[in-house]
Design a protein around this ligand. Structure first.
Ligand code: ZN
Length: 492
């Protein structure tokens, strides 16, 4: 057996174990009976330990080294695949097993404490856990290594190749203009407070309509499904098994629809990866930022556009007859509503990134030691007042609202905005293609999906995210395209 075949055999085994864990994880979020959680947690812990063992074993490291010696250096895809495998192997093996265990124990306690703290809006319950997680994050960063500052190593976890400096550069470009646009968008909504005709929008009709839209994007229901959960997500259970979830609100059909469009964007990326490379970086998504670029592109650039609704509003009216009462301009005003709100996950497109800039700044300061955990609530409120002109009524609406920090996920937040930025760049570049543009005008999305397939999905994780942006768009990663998009949609 060649070294590469041997390596493939090992990665396939790890992929079988990890996708089995994903399958159980999906079931846990959808259909698992309440009393079954304890055993499920044991199953998942065992599988994740097994997967970690397989992908950090000496045998694996040896096979990887032999494969790197054997690879044809002119074969860019194979080289990129092995390099990324090496990077993942190095990061995984740099952390001793004892630290990994401590990490998982700490996070599980922290998650529990956070949930209680949020319920009671009492930061003091969560503070000692955050302190410990922060200390552990610094420890991990030292083991992983970094260029300039420890926060770099955490960002690298979610967005490989990105650093505090590279993220700051595009965020600094974004910030000032974004504040102006967001303020204008909020004023415009106040001046024209249109509402969706009142419900009910029956769940059955929503399901049918959502499915039609997801199909038109190219989501393949032969290789995927949509189910119902409290918190929508997309997960991959195998090379031909991509699951989306949504939740329904009978007073507003756009809530589940926009959620489905978002998750379908994630799902189309997963369905666009090469099936024969499943379990390898070449058949894996490259980063959270690029993943989010796909979901935001389908949700916002396609699903919130006038061209989309010129075609789909009449179809929606067949499902929901009360939509006869609203014309397309008012309907667009409804889905382009903007207001300043405390909660990130409820924020609209125009104000969303302000929530991320705030978190990026605070976690950066926490990591540098410029901000102490005990000062976090007041620092949050002060920054919030500056950006949004209002102060959260309590910490549940402030620094306790998100789950990320309780899972040790420092460095995660910036990827949401990086996704908005590169999503806009991809969309602009795709629209320079005649077939994409004329398809888009007719609400036919095959050419757009093909463009994304060729320029993003098919590459898997063989290149850095920023290189994927450069190649696909001919431009450096920047905030320009996103700002231009927001300006046109929210201030004209
Ligand atoms: Zn997403």
């Amino acid at each position: 057996m060649s070294a590469i075949e041997n390596l493939k055999k090992l990665t396939t085994e790890a992929a079988i174990v990890s996708s089995s864990a994903s399958t159980l994880g999906w079931d846990q979020e959808t259909y698992l009976p309440e009393g079954a959680h304890a055993w499920r947690a044991r199953q998942l812990a065992w599988l994740s330990g097994r997967c970690h063992e397989l992908s950090t074993s000496k045998e694996f490291g040896g096979a990887l080294k032999s494969a790197l010696d054997e690879v044809d250096s002119s074969d860019e895809r194979s080289v990129g695949n092995l390099r990324e495998m090496q990077r993942r192997f190095d990061r995984a093996t740099k952390l001793p097993a004892s630290l990994v265990e401590r990490d998982s124990e700490l996070s599980s306690h922290a998650k529990h404490a956070w949930s209680e703290a949020r319920k009671k809006s009492d930061f003091s319950i969560f503070a000692p856990h955050l302190e410990a997680l922060l200390e552990l994050s610094r420890e991990k960063a030292e083991l992983w290594g970094y260029e300039n500052e420890s926060y770099d190593a955490l960002i690298e976890t979610y967005e490989r190749g990105a650093t505090t400096a590279s993220v700051s550069k595009v965020f600094d470009e974004l910030g000032p203009e974004l504040r102006t646009i967001a303020a204008a968008a909020v004023e415009r909504t106040k001046a024209n407070p249109v509402k969706l005709p009142s419900g009910p929008y029956p769940v059955e009709q929503q399901t049918a309509f959502n499915e039609k839209v997801a199909r038109s994007f190219g989501f393949d229901f032969n290789r995927g499904r949509i189910d119902t959960t409290a918190h929508p997500f997309c997960t991959t259970l195998g090379p031909s098994d991509i699951r989306l979830t949504t939740r329904y609100d009978e007073s507003d059909f756009t809530s589940s629809l926009l959620g489905v469009m978002h998750e379908a964007g994630h799902g189309l990326y997963e369905q666009g990866l090469r099936q024969e490379d499943f379990g390898l970086p070449a058949g894996d998504s490259v980063s959270l930022g690029i993943h989010e670029s796909q979901s935001r592109l389908w949700e916002n650039h396609v699903g919130r556009s006038r061209q989309f609704w010129e075609h789909w509003l009449p179809v929606a009216t067949d499902h929901f007859p009360q939509l006869k009462e609203i014309d397309i301009d008012d309907f667009l005003a409804v889905i382009h509503r903007a207001e300043f709100s405390f909660i990130r996950v409820e924020a609209d497109e125009a104000t969303y990134d302000l929530h991320i800039l705030l978190r990026f700044n605070l976690e950066h300061r926490l990591m540098r030691g410029d901000l102490t955990v005990s000062d976090l609530p007041s620092a949050w409120n002060e920054a919030f007042e500056q950006s949004f002109g209002m102060t959260p009524p309590d910490d549940a609406h402030g620094c306790l609202q998100d789950i990320h920090w309780s899972m040790g996920g420092l460095g995660y937040f910036p990827t949401y905005t990086l996704g908005n930025l590169s999503g806009a760049q991809f969309f602009n570049a795709a629209m320079e293609d005649d077939a994409v543009r004329s398809g888009f005008a007719k609400a036919e999305y095959g050419p757009l999906l093909n463009w994304l397939g060729r320029n993003v999905h098919d590459l898997g994780a063989t290149l850095d995210p920023s290189d994927i942006v450069r190649r696909a768009t001919g431009n450096e990663p920047s905030a320009g395209a996103h700002l231009e998009h927001l300006r046109l949609r929210y201030t004209k």
